[in-house]
Ligand binder design. Structure first.
Ligand SMILES: *[C@@H]1O[C@H](CO)[C@@H](O)[C@H](O)[C@H]1NC(C)=O
Ligand SMILES: *[C@@H]1O[C@H](CO)[C@@H](O)[C@H](O)[C@H]1NC(C)=O
Ligand SMILES: *[C@@H]1O[C@H](CO)[C@@H](O)[C@H](O)[C@H]1NC(C)=O
Ligand SMILES: *[C@@H]1O[C@H](CO)[C@@H](O)[C@H](O)[C@H]1NC(C)=O
Length: 803
């Protein structure tokens, strides 16, 4: 008796240990209940599915262009006349008056753009109310699939969910260990604004459809969604709303939806859905499944990371691992690897080139079940949307950025109109504020002096286009995509900036979401305000923008007869350089050292933008003697000591900032704290811990931060293991990370805290400079490294530690 019990327990443990690679699989022994943040997410870059795995299955389905309504013209026409007066007030020191006037004259009307919406829920009722055992549910981050299986009444049931990029649909296979055992009812449902719903069986195939809209009486976004139900064995019937299948061996479900956003004539969307579903049904589940997995695992397989083995700790279900990680994070390094892989899974699932008007990952990627989601689940561009793409280039998923450039191009005409209406600038430039939506909304958002009037959204977003070029070296992209974005971004500032103390200056503007206490003599002393001129982050963004324009001009062979090239070089020397507060020796967030923080531990690290993701404050690039980067470090330490890192995304920014300061152990401490604090049961990042809103940026920031301790390349050098943390130093490897210059770092290996070897493939040729950890000496191709290498296209350079 005792022996038998031990044997069973022992064999179960062995099976679990061999079955689950803890770096690749997130697995569970129970369903998600009614918790969205326990449901497992897959997607094809346009359609998203969150699988609950409940006996009566619920899958929340999304389509990334289903938002709460048509474009809203929110520009405030009073702004144009008010801006010069507000500027004058700020220059003369009336902070309170300027803030009040800006709120009265510049806030958008209404104050918020559109919100991202749920599409439909797929319900699959198996009739298995109770008596379920051996329940398992998993996400495979390598294949991009979700599985559910369990035993009921002696039969094993399983479900497999696939999101297909090649076929453009979602596919599900239901199966059972014995023939004729599947009895299910399938339906689509939606809580709001349903226009039509039907179910019928045609030629033996079940067809369920639901169309709906965003609720307006005119110009609403409408959608068509449809599922096809193909059973093998058994019979299918319908009651007009639900498909019932009884006695089947297997059942395959194919789902698709399109909206009027990409197909403005409603019937077109339906025709496109019909065509894709016809094809999917025609080729069948196996072909759809295989093509989807080929595509997805090709993306995921570009990078392989090993941060060390967790042994048995890594093969436990996720809830156990998350709980153990809180006690002893060093015991499960594979959970960190899983988070890295999960971040790449989320990016490849939520952001793909799906054709014209592809849309990027929003605050929740593409997964949302609420009609009133947190922060409208929109595109917040004073950190969050950009953070979503931090891992894209370095982790070898450059093509996931294409939707960002599509959205910028949608936003350009909106931003040109707002530049004209609100700032009187109509010479081609465009302006964006701190959020946008699928229509490229460009007007100020919400109403408060620390966030609303921030005309810098395009300056930050356009930097992504430059980085895309730096990593990929794609000249066609630089010429056709990046350059038009960069020059039109810069054109706005050529009109908008004004001279103050001999510097080209922004204002009214702000340091995202942070406020200062108004000093004596600046109207309401002690009041909390955000609005000012010459914001530190603005200056960093302008420095980067004009540097990017200059770099592009050189790369494209344009000279100073190009007015945009000449104008950028003209502006650069007159952008105010970063200032150090004389009392605190910290980098100064605002122009005036007398402004004091209202929140010393504020979640945004805006004045450190130029440390990460920018590069102006990089230790090796700042002079004299690194004083600026020291001041940046002092500000970062002060922010952290005062409680920053207080949201998942903020914590993940801290990881990247410390990595850039080459402080790997600090970076890792924040990475571990993030995983101890913010993941929901399904590993989604949350704003403030499980149960608080899902925000996907922290997942992406963490993935980027893990890469950033292993490889950096922002100062003209491919730096291997720049900030290797002791915690993962014992032994590990990374294959496939990318450095600027289109250098692929293969088989990067370390042991006992030290670099062992790597190979660098020069995909575009060009000059390669290498640095390894803090050391000067290493070998390239068996010879001591002596400086810049003129590489050949496609050649691989072997880097080894000097013996
Ligand atoms: C569920 O799938 C896992 C992984 O493939 C397998 O080990 C297990 O035996 C399956 N369980 C059931 C009840 O089918
Ligand atoms: C059913 O068959 C007819 C005739 O071949 C075809 O036109 C129709 O598209 C089919 N319907 C489905 C759902 O396959
Ligand atoms: C280079 O960029 C162009 C324009 O965006 C794009 O069409 C092309 O596919 C890119 N080439 C590669 C190799 O990615
Ligand atoms: C502009 O680009 C050229 C060529 O890359 C470079 O030498 C120069 O330093 C740049 N100018 C500024 C102000 O950055």
């Amino acid at each position: 008796m005792l022996f038998a019990a031990l044997l069973i327990a022992g064999s179960a443990a062995v099976e679990a240990a061999t079955a689950w690679d803890g770096s690749r699989f997130a697995w569970y022994t129970s369903d998600a209940g009614d918790d969205f943040a326990s449901a497992l997410p897959i997607g094809n870059g346009r359609l998203g599915a969150a699988v609950f795995g409940t006996a009566n299955e619920k899958v929340v389905l999304n389509e990334n262009s289903m938002w709460s309504g048509p474009w809203l013209d929110r520009a405030n026409s009073k702004s144009k006349d008010a801006v010069p007066q507000i500027r004058e007030m700020l220059i003369s020191g009336d902070i309170t008056g300027a803030g009040k006037s800006a709120m009265d004259n510049m806030a958008g009307n209404p104050t918020s753009p559109r919100a991202y919406q749920p599409l439909v829920d797929l319900g699959i009722d198996f009739g298995h109310g109770s008596g379920i055992s051996s329940y398992t549910r998993w996400l495979d981050t390598y294949k991009g699939t979700v599985g559910v299986n369990y035993t009921h009444d002696g039969t094993d049931y399983s479900r497999e969910y696939v999101a297909s990029y090649p076929h453009g649909v979602l596919a599900v296979r239901l199966s059972a260990s014995e023939q004729g055992k599947l009895n299910v009812k399938l339906s689509l449902s939606r809580a709001q604004s349903v226009l039509s719903q039907s179910a019928n069986v045609e030629n033996g195939t079940g067809v369920v459809s639901l169309s709906g809209n965003s609720g307006q009486s005119s110009d609403a976004i409408t959608f068509w969604s449809e599922a096809r139900v193909v059973n093998s064995g058994g019979t299918a019937s319908s009651d007009g709303k639900t498909i019932s299948v009884t006695g089947a061996d297997t059942i395959d479900v194919f789902f698709d939806a399109e909206t009027s956003y990409r197909y403005p004539d409603g019937t077109d969307a339906q025709a496109v859905v019909t065509r894709k579903l016809d094809t999917a049904v025609d080729v069948g589940y196996s072909a759809v499944h295989d093509a989807a997995i080929d595509d997805f695992s090709n993306l995921m397989g570009r990078v392989t990371l090993d941060l060390g083995s967790s042994g048995d700790a890594g093969s436990q279900p996720v809830p156990t691992r998350l709980s153990n990680f809180k006690q002893n994070p060093d015991a499960d390094p594979q959970l960190m690897t899983l988070m890295f892989n999960f971040g790449r899974h989320l990016l490849a699932s939520s952001s793909r080139d799906t054709g014209p008007r592809s849309l990027p990952a929003n605050l929740q990627g593409i997964w949302n079940q609420d009609y009133n989601p947190a922060w409208q689940s929109k595109y917040t561009i004073n950190i969050n949307l950009e953070m979503n793409y931090w891992p894209a280039l370095v982790t070898n998923l450059a093509e996931t950025q294409k939707p960002v450039f599509d959205l910028i191009n949608i936003a350009i005409p909106r931003g040109q109109a707002v530049a004209k209406t609100m700032y009187g600038c109509d010479d081609g430039g465009f302006v964006l504020h701190h959020n946008t939506d699928l229509w490229g909304d460009a007007a100020p958002v919400d109403k408060g002096t620390p966030y609303t009037v921030w005309p810098m959204g395009a300056a930050w977003l356009s930097a992504d286009a430059m980085e895309h070029y730096r990593f990929t070296q794609n000249k066609t992209f630089l010429e056709e995509v990046a350059w038009p974005i960069l020059r039109q971004t810069a054109q706005f500032y050529h009109c908008y900036l004004f001279k103050w103390n001999d510097y080209w200056t922004t204002g009214p503007s702000l340091s995202p979401e942070h406020a200062f206490k108004v000093p004596q003599g600046m109207n309401q002393a002690g009041g909390s305000e955000g609005l000012d001129i010459s914001i530190e982050m603005d200056n960093q963004l302008l420095h980067q923008l004009f540097t990017n324009v200059n770099e592009t001009c050189n790369a494209l062979g344009l000279d100073q007869s190009d007015t945009d090239c000449a104008a950028a070089l003209d502006k650069l020397p007159a952008i105010r350089p970063p200032a150090i507060n004389p009392d605190t020796s910290r980098l100064q967030e605002w122009r005036n050292p007398a402004y004091s923080d209202t929140e010393p531990g504020h979640r945004h690290f805006s004045p450190l933008w130029a440390l990460y993701p920018g590069s102006q404050l990089t230790p090796s690039l700042t002079s004299p003697s690194g004083s600026l980067s020291s001041a940046a470090a002092a500000l970062l330490d002060h922010r952290i000591q005062s409680g920053s890192g207080s949201t998942g995304w903020s914590r993940s920014w801290a990881i990247n900032l410390y990595a850039r300061l080459l402080r790997g152990d600090d970076a890792w401490k924040h990475a571990q704290t993030l995983v101890q604090t913010y993941p929901s049961p399904n590993l989604w990042n949350s704003d403030n811990g499980p149960g608080t809103p899902f925000q996907i940026d922290g997942n992406f920031g963490l993935t980027a931060g893990i890469a950033e301790v292993l490889i950096q390349s922002h100062d003209g050098v491919v730096h291997l293991l720049p900030a290797l943390p002791e915690s993962i130093g014992a032994k590990g490897s990374a294959d496939g990370l990318v450095a600027r210059g289109n250098f692929i770092v293969q088989e990067l290996v370390w042991e006992q805290g030290a670099f062992v070897s790597a190979k660098i493939e020069a995909r575009s040729g060009g000059v390669l400079r290498v640095k390894v950890q803090g050391a000067e000496k290493f070998e390239v191709g068996g010879q001591p490294y002596e400086g810049a290498i003129e590489t050949e296209v496609g050649e691989v350079y072997e880097i080894t530690a000097t013996a």
